[in-house]
Design a protein around this ligand. Structure first.
Ligand code: CA
Ligand code: CA
Length: 123
């Protein structure tokens, strides 16, 4: 598929399922970062484009600094938009990485889980 453009950013879909650290390293090699979702439009586009048949994607969110407060890792920025599954985040200190599930809803997940992932960069 290669890089796909949407609203000022480019996205690269990696189907191979990887641990969060390995996914981040792969995006680093592409001079990009794990997806950081800024609004509903971006969330909807990702859901329709990359999760049409279910599944999960890693994003660039983690809550290592303050448990339960997820930050986008590239610039340690707070989240202006969230889209949690009702009841999430629910796994406490054992779940430090942000998973985008089917239907575009979010969950905290074990960073050693293996999911496909999207890299993102500015155009
Ligand atoms: Ca956590
Ligand atoms: Ca969870």
């Amino acid at each position: 598929m290669g890089w796909i453009e949407f609203s000022g950013h480019c996205y690269f879909y990696n189907q191979s399922r990887s641990k969060w650290d390995d996914a981040k390293a792969d995006c680093d090699r592409k001079t990009s970062y794990l997806i950081e979702i800024g609004d509903q439009d971006e969330n909807d586009w990702i859901k329709e484009k990359f999760l049409p048949a279910g599944g999960s994607l890693w994003s660039g969110g983690r809550d290592d600094v303050t448990e339960g407060v997820f930050l986008w890792q590239q610039f340690q920025t707070a989240m202006s938009f969230t889209n949690w599954v009702p009841g999430e985040p629910n796994n406490g200190v054992h779940a430090q990485c942000l998973e985008i599930r089917n239907h575009g809803k979010w969950s905290d997940a074990y960073c050693t889980d293996k999911y496909s992932f999207l890299c993102e960069k500015y155009i």
